[in-house]
Write a protein of this length. Sequence first.
Length: 354
Amino acid sequence: MRAAVYHGPGDVRIERRPRPRAGPGELLLDVSYAALCGTDSGEYAHGPILIPMGAPHPHSGQAAPLVLGHEFTGHVAEVGEGARGFAIGDRVVCGAGVWCGECSWCKEGRTNLCARYFTLGLHADGGLAEAVAVPAFACFGVPDACSDEAAAMAQPLAVALHVLERTGVSPGQSLAVIGVGGVGGFVIAAAADRGIAPLIALDIDEQRLRAAAELGATHTISTEDDPAQAVREASGEEGTHAVVESSGAAAAPQWALDSVRRGGVIVAVGLAGKPVALNLTDLTLREVDLRGTLAHVCARDLPAALDLLARSDLAQRVAEPTLTLDSVVDDGLRALAERRAAGKVLVDLRGQPT
């Protein structure tokens, strides 16, 4: 089979690899579509950040070179021994995260924090290939109303839904999102679907701000201005109930703190390249909660993402022109790294040349 294989920074090759088989508890998927995200382009342009090089990952046992792709959907081609609930031909989405089910975090339902967690496409071979073997427990069937193209976006949308859950906002409350690219844009769409307003999008890129408005943002603000003051004006001078920081910009955490109301919540999503300064005295005196977020809780967030994609036109509104596997590097990974792609980049893996 053909696959996009990560060898190191700036080195992703389209190679032929042996077709995998479904092991015990696994499904083998013939991948129909995969999607690319900022994590993939970051590994390509600046990595390795998460991908293990040299020594194998302690939980997956794999190291580069490995197949990219943690956002994908496909049809079941094989059902491994002990894998229940699926049949050959079923359309399936995999959450891509793998958890043990036995540690204290798993028993608390926080499977994304599993002591032995790893991610397909980053720590083990993923779905940017003609076929991929995946754990059945991390998979869900795709509703009939959800197209294959839309289903490929379920995993990143699940991440956004988990972010929204971490904010604690409810209908009628306000939210600001700093950085409305991939995950940030999906947070805007999910929040709009839940009736969160005012819903304020902040970004330096005017194209992304226009897209955020189409996804449901009630206000759009350029971060080249005074973003915190603009947020306060849009939210009645008190600040928003919550702020999601998904840009990773060095100044953004302080913008978030300056924008949130007393007793509000900041959820940090974007990964800064180095430690940043934050006024903890202000955070303490205004009793602001600062929370992290990681991946998604598969059993809760992935079905919710599929439901939203099935009952809306969200996928069509964010999709970039679909690529072939041969164009993944130049028109996908490089375009994302250079900010030439504003929406979600999909890769069509059906009927790849043999």
